[in-house]
Design a protein around this ligand. Structure first.
Ligand code: 5GP
Ligand code: MG
Ligand code: MG
Length: 201
C-alpha cells in the first residue's frame, strides 16, 4: 500500500493485521458522499454534528466535500458501566428548525446512535439524517436509520482515520485491523463502555 511515496504499512508494521481501506479508497468515497449530500440538500444549509473524538478526520474531509453552506458542531458522550451513556459535551448551537446531519465514525450495535438520535430529535430540528463512515451491519441490535454509509465492513475491530484503540492509532491515514497480540497484550481490555467487540471475541 502506498501513501504518496511513503509505505504506509511501515507506520505500524508489527501491529497491523491488514489494511482494510487505503487513503485513496477513503478519499474517493468521501468525495462521493459529499456530492450526494450536496445534491440532497440543494438550496438548503445544514448543521454537521460530529461525535468526538473518532470523527475528527472524517468530518474535516466530508465538510470540505459538501458544497452547501454549513455549520459544524460537536458533541461528546461519556460511558459509565452503571449510569450508561450520557452527554459529556453538548452542542454549542441551537438546532431547532435546522437541517441536521449527524456524522458518525462507525455504527456497530446502533445503541450509541439510537441514544444520540433521541436527544437530538427532542430539540425539533427541521430534519435529522445520519452519515456513518463505517457500518458493521451484522452487529446491529437496534435499527437506526443511517441514510449515508461510507463502507459496510466485517465484524472486526478497526482503527485509523480517527478510530482509536485506547486512544492510539487515530492518526493512521488508512483503516486497518489490528493484530490479536495487540489486544491480548492489553488483557483484551477496552475503554470504559467498550466497543461492542468484547461480546464477539
Ligand atoms: P455501538 O453503540 O453502535 O455498538 O458502537 C458505536 C461506538 O463503538 C463507535 O462510535 C465507536 O466509538 C465504538 N466502536 C465500535 N466498533 C469499533 C471498531 O471497530 N473500532 C473502534 N475503534 N471503535 C469501535
Ligand atoms: Mg462514534
Ligand atoms: Mg474509541
Amino acid at each position: 500500500f502506498g501513501y504518496g511515496s511513503v509505505d504506509i504499512t511501515s507506520l505500524r508494521p508489527d501491529q497491523i493485521e491488514r489494511v482494510l481501506l487505503s487513503p485513496a479508497e477513503i478519499q474517493r468515497r468521501v468525495a462521493e458522499l459529499g456530492q450526494q449530500i450536496s445534491t440532497d440538500y440543494a438550496g438548503e444549509s445544514l448543521v454537521l454534528v460530529g461525535v468526538l473524538k473518532g470523527i475528527t478526520f472524517f468530518l474535516a474531509d466530508l465538510a470540505r466535500a459538501i458544497t452547501r453552506p454549513l455549520a459544524i458542531d460537536y458533541l461528546q458522550l461519556s460511558r459509565d458501566l452503571r449510569e450508561g451513556v450520557a452527554i459529556r459535551k453538548d452542542l454549542d448551537l441551537d438546532i431547532r428548525g435546522k437541517h441536521v446531519l449527524l456524522v458518525e465514525d462507525i455504527v456497530n450495535t446502533g445503541l450509541t446512535l439510537d441514544f444520540i438520535m433521541r436527544v437530538l430529535r427532542e430539540r425539533e430540528p427541521a430534519s435529522l439524517e445520519v452519515c456513518a463512515l463505517l457500518d458493521k451491519a451484522e452487529r446491529r441490535l437496534v435499527s437506526v436509520p443511517v441514510k449515508y454509509v461510507g463502507f459496510t465492513i466485517p465484524n472486526e475491530f478497526v482503527v485509523g482515520y480517527g478510530l482509536d484503540y485506547r486512544e492510539l492509532y487515530r492518526n493512521l491515514p488508512f483503516i486497518c485491523v489490528l493484530k490479536r497480540e495487540v489486544y491480548e497484550a492489553n488483557g483484551n481490555g477496552h475503554l470504559i463502555g467498550g466497543t461492542g467487540q468484547e461480546a464477539a471475541a
